[in-house]
Design a protein around this ligand. Sequence first.
Ligand code: ZN
Length: 253
Amino acid sequence: MVTKFNPYHVLHGPEGGQFTSGDGDATLDSTRSQVVLMAAQDTAKKLGFDPNKIAVNEGEHPFALNGKNYQAAGLAYLDGPKAGTIELFPRQIGTGATPAITAHEIMHQKFRAYLDDYRTQREGAIKDVDIKMRGNGMLDEAGARRYPLYQEHTRITDDLHQMMRDDGVSSYSRDWWNAQEAGKATLNQAIHETLAEIGALQQTTTLANMTHIARAAPNEEGQAFLYVKPLSQQWKDLYASVNSNWQAKHNVP
Ligand SMILES: [Zn+2]
């Protein structure tokens, strides 16, 4: 059985996790593949991502997650011979959904690059005898100048537990946090998907207007309720930090 799954999606290398979106089973002709590819490349240019690293695949990419079967709408290759590229599956992409799916996958690539840079700076900071690292991981002034990305990431994620509670820019990323809490997904995957969803949503709204439905803790009468919650400052900061790191490296104006 193939379960259709909205919205967007999907990813990546050995940690797995691939999702999908869209109308599914749509008739596909080469014109439609071209339309998807052109729209995706247009989105890539706007986001400072090399449009030549996006390809369409007219076949299918079925996968299983938590016992359910899905068809991928897009894949961001983070490892292996195709690392750094994105593949889209027009059969699974509904009309008008290409920019959001593309932006989602591009954010996976940007965050991967960001984490690589962060780890490199972190290793440098740990070995650096000329600087001091405080108990909370923050560096002294000299260290902050040498390892600015490390410092910024450490500052933003200082209260990671709050970020884990906040998440939920979409039901899709919230699902990942639920899986993470249940031990079925890693913290890295949940953060990846949350940022990717922010990227997708940014195709249709601004960070300032981004909201999601959250569930409040039950009150004294035991009633839980849903409410609209804006995107938290920490998530906005992390998203902006990932983008500016990418822009600095790729000379994006
Ligand atoms: Zn994803």
